[in-house]
Design a protein around this ligand. Structure first.
Ligand SMILES: NC(=O)C1=CN([C@@H]2O[C@H](COP(=O)(O)OP(=O)(O)OC[C@H]3O[C@@H](n4cnc5c(N)ncnc54)[C@H](O)[C@@H]3O)[C@@H](O)[C@H]2O)C=CC1
Ligand SMILES: O=C(O)[C@@H]1CCC=N1
Length: 265
């Protein structure tokens, strides 16, 4: 019923969402329209059968679900550009934009369109996103539809909007934090003897396995750490040195700094 999806802003996240929709077969290519000013960057999606255009009005007219994926400072102009085309009986508006409240969108569109905020991460391209969602003015069918859409693209948590900035840091910035952790592992792995390629494989698969132990077994990290740390062994020696150097503390402080950056923007 809400088959046609417009993604307004085909940048890093917008294209990742389109890729995930295609990979999951949630959408047929012809049912997705993605917009951007520089269309050359969208050729890959065009070659897969996705509609590409620089015309947001055309995209909105030809869609049921409108996903806003522009930068925060672009939202006002973008919404002003197509709000006249929004039909409360037809459209659902979903913003993935950091720091923009549902109320901001409501004030901008001045219509009773069902409004969603979703905070995915770039792993949405491979159906492995963590997406936090809140909403206003949507009926149960619309909520179920949007929840189902993002569930096809990873895991979903329905949250209170007041937690959306925290969700942005933990779930979306978290991809970059995890990558930096993996990169440091690769650097360490090379120093102790592996080629970059083998170190990358070992580091990434080890992190994936560790995450799956938590996700699939519902374990607590410290339970799993206990299983790895032989008394007087090398794991606890390494872990304790990392903690002496401020490992957990630096991560916690980084998360809080990211959060404060959103609050003060
Ligand atoms: N990159 C990420 O991991 C995540 C990003 N976000 C949020 O998603 C939004 C987009 O982020 P990115 O994709 O990283 O930014 P980006 O800069 O890569 O993408 C934004 C795109 O919008 C396009 N654009 C600008 N004005 C436009 C207009 N008038 N009409 C159509 N397209 C227009 C730009 O050309 C650009 O391609 C941001 O608000 C960000 O906070 C949220 C979660 C994760
Ligand atoms: O860094 C940023 O502002 C955005 C928000 C989440 C991921 N990237």
């Amino acid at each position: 019923m809400y088959n046609k999806i417009a993604i307004i802003g085909g940048g890093n996240l917008g294209t990742a969402i389109a890729e995930g929709l295609l990979k999951s077969e949630f959408s047929k290519p012809a049912d997705i329209t993605i917009t951007r000013r520089n269309l050359a960057e969208l050729e890959v999606l065009k070659n897969k059968g996705v509609n590409i255009t620089s015309d947001n009005i055309e995209a909105v007219k030809n869609s049921d679900v409108v996903i806003l994926a522009v930068k925060p400072f672009q939202i006002k102009d973008v919404l002003d550009g197509f709000k006249a085309e929004l039909d409360p009986q037809k459209h659902i508006l979903v913003s993935v934009i950091t720091g923009i409240f549902i109320e901001d969108m409501q004030n901008a569109v001045q219509k009773n369109v069902p409004l969603f905020r979703a905070m995915p991460n770039t792993a949405i391209a491979i159906q492995e996103s963590m997406t936090c969602i809140s909403h206003k003015g949507a009926n149960n069918t619309q909520v179920d539809f949007i929840k189902n859409l993002f569930e096809k693209l990873g895991k979903v948590a329905m949250i209170d909007e007041k937690l959306m900035d925290a969700a942005t840091v933990l779930g979306a910035c978290g991809t970059a934090f995890a990558m930096r952790y993996i990169r440091a592992n690769i650097q360490g792995g090379i120093e102790i003897g592996f080629s970059a390629a083998t170190a990358s494989l070992i580091a990434a698969q080890t992190v994936k396995g560790a995450a799956d132990l938590l996700l699939l077994k519902g374990a607590h990290p410290e339970q799993e750490i206990d299983k790895v740390t032989t008394p007087k062994g090398c794991t606890i020696a390494g872990l304790n040195e990392m903690e002496h150097q401020g490992f957990s503390s630096s991560l916690i402080r980084g998360i809080v700094t990211s959060y404060n950056k959103i609050l003060n923007s």
